[in-house]
Each structure stands twice: as structure tokens, then as C-alpha cells.
Design a protein around this ligand. Structure first.
Ligand SMILES: Nc1ncnc2c1ncn2[C@@H]1O[C@H](COP(=O)(O)OP(=O)(O)O)[C@@H](O)[C@H]1O
Ligand SMILES: [Mg+2]
Length: 286
């Protein structure tokens, strides 16, 4: 099996040799499958942001390797290939603070321009990216600074999508949004994935959000990978997850409470639809 992204023994120590030394990643081995949506979860400080910054070479491993399509992203001279920066698109947490151009279109065009694409190709990509994030074409010439927070975030996400990265990584893309804004952004990410077949990594601290859309979940805890697998495989370890201070989906809690009351339902259920099905089957089977 070949993976689009892989880490081997990836270790990141911040402030090595100072009183502030902190191991943010400790010999982490991860495999990301081409075309999957991988949800990355873990409490604050567990190493999620550090991990994803390694995937496009923003950080250099203290130890270990990062492989893109089976090859190290760092060459012998200690440089990260430009290709990596274009193939792995990273949307930072609160990316709206990094907008700087005078129009929305120019801001979105920044990445494609750096890639050295032609004017017409850049135009195509800007229009396409605006469409993906639900920004009306008539807005292209407007200033991004007059937009609402949620709209600014769309512009920032469009700027990364416009590079057509094979891997799109988003760090807490719904942080600070209201429930409607959150659902919209998540639906757009799902749609982007369905339409392009890109590999998507999405960092979140909300199990609820991520479990529904991810093919697999990676649970980080204190610089280590605690669990990795399909949502079902992961939620089968609900006790460990709760013990590590993380939440499980509300419906999984309900099922577990029913288990405690003697009703034998699959404890790894994490969607309301599956729960309804299981409860119905149980009632009919009695
Ligand atoms: N630039 C940095 N310098 C020093 N310590 C850092 C830096 N970035 C993160 N850390 C520390 O590394 C650990 C992991 O942080 P981070 O990767 O941001 O976790 P998460 O995204 O899961 O909240 C935390 O203890 C954090 O304080
Ligand atoms: Mg973070």
C-alpha cells in the first residue's frame, strides 16, 4: 500500500535545551490514504497544529521523516521542495487574519500567481475557487476587509483551493463560527472533496462535526497518536477517549447509557440514523 502522506518517527521539540523545552510530537507514525477525509482530533496542546505544519514543510522535523507520495519532502541539502508547498495546501486556524490584498480576487490569486501560472489560468482558478466556497462572482473586485468574519474565512480557504492542492489541510476551519456558518463551511469542504477527489485533512476539537464527515479519525493525545481508524473503530474506545478528556458524540453517550441499563446496542454507533436503526431492530427482535 502506498500512501499520499506519511510520517515515520516524526518528532518535534520546541525550544530544545531551554527551560521552555516542549515535545509537541513524539515519534509519530501516520499514514494518510489518497482521496480520504481524515479527521484529526485532540484537545488543545495535543500536537495537531504542529503535525499538520509538518505536512507542507513549514516545520522541520527534530527527528523522523515526512513523506509525500513515498518521498521525503526534505532534500539532502535540507530544503523543502516547492512542489510540496503547492501540492499540500494548508489553511491555518483563523486564516482571515492573513488576508492582505485590496480585492477578493487578488487575494485568492496570490497562491496561483506564486506558482507561475498564466493570467488566464489564474482567472479560471480564482472563479472556480470562489464557486467552491460559495462567494458570488460579483464580489471579486470588492475589498476583503469589508466582509463578515465568515465571508473572510471563505476568501482565505478559496486562496488555498485555487492552488488545486492534491491534499487540502484545514486547521479548525469552523472555529469561532456560529452553527449555521459552521455547517455551511463543512458542507462546502465535503462538496469540494466529492467534486475533486482531493485528500482532505481536517483538524477539529469537535467530535460531533468531524465524525460525520471523516472516513477515518486520528486522535492525538499528548504528542502521541492515541487512536486511528474509522469512526466506528475509534468510538469503540469511548472510555479511553473520555479518560483523555475528549468528548464523544452525544448519540454515542446515549447508546452507552442504554447499554448500562441492559439494552445491548452496538456501543460504537455515532450517528442518530444508525442509532434509530439499531433501536428499531432491537425492539423488533424482542
Ligand atoms: N511555536 C511554538 N513554540 C513553542 N511551543 C509551541 C509552539 N507551537 C506549539 N507549541 C507547544 O507545542 C504543544 C503542541 O501545540 P499544538 O501543535 O499547537 O497543539 P494543538 O494544535 O493540538 O492545540 C503545546 O504544548 C504548545 O504549547
Ligand atoms: Mg492547534
Amino acid at each position: 500500500m502506498s500512501y499520499i502522506l506519511e510520517t515515520r518517527g516524526l518528532t518535534q521539540v520546541y525550544g530544545a535545551g531551554t527551560p521552555f523545552e516542549r515535545t509537541a510530537l513524539d515519534h509519530v507514525d501516520i499514514q494518510v490514504e489518497k482521496g480520504e477525509i481524515l479527521g484529526v482530533i485532540g484537545h488543545t496542546g495535543s500536537g495537531k497544529s504542529t503535525l499538520i505544519q509538518h505536512f507542507n514543510g513549514l516545520l522541520k522535523p527534530t527527528e523522523g521523516e515526512v513523506l509525500l507520495n513515498g518521498r521525503s519532502i526534505w532534500d539532502e541539502k535540507g530544503k523543502c521542495s516547492r512542489k510540496t508547498r503547492f501540492e499540500v495546501g494548508l489553511v491555518f486556524q483563523y486564516p482571515e487574519y492573513q488576508l492582505f490584498e485590496e480585492t477578493i480576487a487578488k487575494d485568492i490569486a496570490f497562491g496561483p500567481t506564486n506558482m507561475g501560472l498564466s493570467e488566464s489560468e489564474i482567472k479560471t482558478r480564482v472563479a472556480e475557487a470562489m464557486d467552491f466556497v460559495g462567494l458570488d462572482p460579483s464580489m471579486a473586485g470588492q475589498s476583503p476587509f469589508a466582509l463578515s468574519g465568515g465571508q473572510k474565512r471563505r476568501v482565505a480557504i478559496a486562496g488555498v483551493i485555487a492552488m488545486r492542492p492534491a491534499v487540502l489541510i484545514l486547521d479548525e476551519p469552523t472555529a469561532g463560527l456560529d452553527p449555521a456558518g459552521r455547517d455551511e463551511i463543512l458542507a462546502q469542504i465535503r462538496d469540494y472533496h466529492a467534486r475533486t477527489g482531493a485528500t482532505v485533512l481536517i483538524v477539529s476539537h469537535s467530535m460531533e462535526d468531524i465524525a460525520r464527515m471523516a472516513d477515518r479519525l486520528l486522535v492525538m493525545n499528548q504528542a502521541h497518536v492515541m487512536l486511528c481508524g474509522t469512526p466506528r473503530e475509534v468510538f469503540a474506545h469511548a472510555e479511553e477517549i473520555v479518560a483523555a478528556g475528549l468528548d464523544i458524540p452525544e448519540i454515542t453517550k446515549v447508546i452507552r447509557e442504554l447499554n448500562r441499563r441492559g439494552i445491548p446496542l452496538d456501543p460504537s454507533i455515532y450517528t442518530v440514523e444508525d442509532a434509530v436503526r439499531a433501536i428499531r431492530a432491537y425492539k423488533e427482535g424482542r
